[in-house]
Unconditional design. Structure first.
Length: 259
């Protein structure tokens, strides 16, 4: 049975009885019932969980804005591959024009192998092939954000391809990819993320308290509500998956009746 909290009418009756018994001076003490005190303890604890979440967000922002510090000496971690201008294109008079385009559509790949070989399966056998890499093919919204001028836009053409969701999308492809070649260089790490021991210790303390007392999901429910029910649209679900568990014969009969 759900707990019944005193409403405004019961509170007025209770205040009248207290005034009759102890006088009007008793109102300055703001005396509460045992039920109200217990409810206030629960509310105060919920506010503490919300405050812990806000504190963790502040600590996270402080840690993210600490910046970087140089790593001495630098460390090599694998290899990186990217596109550069061909030697003959770089010596031509249009070198700066194509450099400006390449700066916006260049792509970078990383591998722990210098030859960029990856394992593939062909006819049941495992073979090694060179990992493919292409220039950036932006969508219309991304293409507009890259800020190409009119002359640079003439170097692209539109193609329509299927994405991972099997939807037809438009892409902009560079007309002359032969002007660029791949170049492999050591991937050198010259800087690392700066850290603060006090911030990390406080974040670990907050996480440990929530996990130790199993309060993580209670905190999520206070912040976001009951997600499993709030984000569920039963009407659309029933309409979309009405025939999900029906046999094929029943579905065909239903379609014949509707026709």
């Amino acid at each position: 049975m759900a707990p019944q909290f005193p409403n405004a009418t019961n509170q007025i009756i209770m205040d009248s009885k207290l005034i009759q018994q102890y006088g009007e001076e008793i109102l300055c003490y703001r005396l509460r019932t045992a039920r109200q005190k217990k409810r206030m303890q629960y509310d105060d604890f919920d506010k503490q969980l919300i405050q812990m979440h806000k504190e963790k967000n502040i600590l996270y922002e402080q840690e993210r804005n600490l910046g970087w510090e140089p790593l001495v000496p630098p460390v090599q971690k694998g290899w990186k591959r990217f596109f550069v201008l061909r030697d003959d294109v770089e010596r031509s008079k249009n070198a700066e024009f194509f450099k400006a385009i390449l700066k916006k559509i260049n792509t970078y790949e990383w591998s722990y192998r210098k030859n960029f070989l990856v394992r593939r399966r062909k006819r049941g056998k495992k073979i090694y092939v060179v990992k493919g890499q292409k220039l950036l093919e932006p969508c219309p919204s991304h293409f507009a954000k890259l800020g190409f001028n009119d002359a640079q836009k003439q170097m692209f053409h539109e193609v329509f391809r299927y994405d991972k969701s099997r939807r037809m999308t438009k892409r902009y492809v560079f007309n002359e990819p032969w002007r660029f070649v791949l170049r492999v260089r050591p991937n050198m790490i010259t800087r690392v993320k700066a850290n603060d021991s006090l911030i990390e210790a406080r974040m670990r303390e907050l996480d440990s308290y929530l996990e130790r007392n199993n309060l993580k999901w209670k905190q999520i429910k206070l912040l976001e509500g009951n997600c499993s029910r709030r984000h569920r649209d039963w009407d659309n679900y029933k309409e979309t998956y009405a025939f999900e568990n029906w046999p094929l014969e029943r579905i065909l009969d239903q379609l014949i009746e509707e026709l």
